[in-house]
Design a protein around this ligand. Structure first.
Ligand SMILES: [Zn+2]
Length: 463
């Protein structure tokens, strides 16, 4: 029986009903209760209202909007709501409801209001599997259909996950997801940023996980990632989870052939805690070696490697006096490759990397006028820039030569070291006046003390 109660019958019914029961609709709190069904505000000729702390909603308007079936037995004053495999039967003004043949007790019975059957929202909705919410501040009743995940059709396998690590310089960290079949576009994957702890999830719909894929761990302290994990999120949906050291907003791109998804995490800028391991460690990199061709003043009075080592040795003494551990990339007069110098730093507990050099201009055979001190960091490195500023501020004006300033470059050792790195060019050994300073033990000592002060100021600023 699905007929609606007729208007005439309703009027008569209401008059009789309320006369007999001795109550009126005024007993209810009806002021401005809003109704939102599946995220859309719904208006009905009888709006929801609160009675005895329970929200009553018009049965037909609400449950038909949710896809249920509502029938009204006007002879017996019984309303039946069916959804999926559940049937809820309510009798007007009766606190006993029947759910799939089983009796349950209600706080507030179904009733008739303005010729519409109103029923207790939470009880009925929850028995039928809907989600019911009440927002006191906006006085809104929300009812939602249960989330029934649609199982995507099986398309293929996630065949590989790999990570190309950036570092605290400027390069991004890129997670690459390889697929056996092409995705059509953004409709085939979704992303979610989750917190506590911070993590980023990529769901690839229609895919299963190749058995040879395993989780990846990242111990490097400047990586934005701590782990990359994979799992089955739903049937035929693979979830790739990137555990993050700080909340991040990666970009996700699908390759033109549809078979590669990349997740690009921006440079880690705030994760720098040199005292995290309980010690401060500085790598000093004295440039070149005894046999490095060309690195000497015109006439050969000063070789650059010797200056670099002398300043590094003095800095080591001063830094250690400050309780800072010092590692040297070279302990003798040899010239390790730039890759070896970076590798020894990257395999250590180093917090920063400082490469020590003196400058040259021209052919090297003749004196030239170029002069002054300058410091380099890798372009885009926020921490490298801070370190360069701190060392510059400590050196000037005391160092007493021209300050050529802070510069950026792609020099191998400042690019390929994972930690904040700078390269200092202390002055020109191709300048006839400056080479005298570079050769002087007093000036070397001054430079070493200023460099040390700049490094200490930088490291201590993070404590
Ligand atoms: Zn050099």
């Amino acid at each position: 029986m699905t007929r609606k109660i007729s208007s005439a019958a309703a009027v008569i019914f209401i008059m009789v009903f309320f006369t007999i029961m001795g109550i009126t609709a005024d007993a209810a709190t009806t002021a401005d209760v809003k109704l939102v069904i599946n995220n859309e505000q719904v208006s009905a000729d009888v709006m929801p209202y609160i009675q005895d702390g329970r929200t009553l909603v018009p049965a037909r308007a609400v449950f038909e909007a949710l896809g249920g079936k509502v029938t009204w037995d006007e002879i017996n004053y019984i309303v039946t709501v069916e959804y999926d495999s559940t049937t809820v039967i309510l009798k007007i003004n009766d606190k006993t409801a029947e759910v799939n043949g089983e009796n349950k007790t209600l706080d507030v019975p179904a009733t008739i209001n303005n010729s519409r059957t109103v029923i207790p929202a939470r009880f009925v909705a929850e028995e039928l599997g809907f989600l019911v919410g009440w927002d006191e501040s906006t006085r809104t009743v929300t009812i939602k259909s249960p989330e029934t995940p649609v199982v995507p059709e099986f398309k293929g396998y996630v065949t590989g996950i790999s990570v190309e690590e950036g570092n605290s310089k400027t390069e991004n960290t890129v997670v690459t997801v390889q697929l056996s079949e092409a995705l059509k576009g953004t409709e085939d994957y979704s992303t979610t940023m989750l917190s506590s702890p911070d993590r980023f999830a990529l769901d690839v719909k229609g895919f299963q996980l190749d058995s040879k894929i395993s989780d990846l761990d990242y111990e490097r302290k400047d990586s934005p990632l701590s782990t990359v994990r994979t799992g089955i999120y739903n049937e035929n949906t693979v979830r790739v989870v990137c555990d993050l050291k700080e909340a991040s907003n990666p970009s996700v791109n699908l390759s033109p052939d549809g078979k590669t998804l990349t997740i690009t995490f921006p440079t880690l800028s705030t994760y720098f805690n040199p005292m995290e391991d309980g010690k401060l460690v500085v790598v000093l990199d004295a440039g070149h070696g005894e046999a490095t061709a060309g690195k000497q003043s015109p006439g050969g009075l000063m070789k650059e490697y010797e200056f670099n080592r002398a300043v590094a040795a003095k800095m080591k003494t001063y830094l250690e006096a400050e309780g800072i551990e010092v590692l040297l990339t070279v302990n003798d007069d040899s010239d390790p490759s730039l890759a070896d110098r970076c590798e020894s730093a990257n395999n250590s507990d180093a917090d920063i990397f400082v490469s020590i050099h003196a400058n040259a201009f021209g052919s090297g055979k003749d004196w030239t006028s170029a002069n002054g001190w300058e410091i380099y960091h890798y372009q885009g490195s926020v921490l490298g820039n801070q370190l360069a500023k701190s060392i510059t501020n400590a050196n000037f004006p005391g160092l007493g030569i021209l300050n050529r300033g802070i510069k950026t470059a792609n020099f191998y050792v400042i690019k390929n070291t994972y930690m904040p790195a700078v390269l200092i060019e202390h002055g020109f050994f191709t300048n006839i006046d400056e080479v005298e300073l570079l050769r002087s033990d007093e000036w070397r000592d001054k430079a070493a003390r200023y460099n040390t002060q700049g490094i200490v100021n930088f490291l201590r600023s993070f404590n």
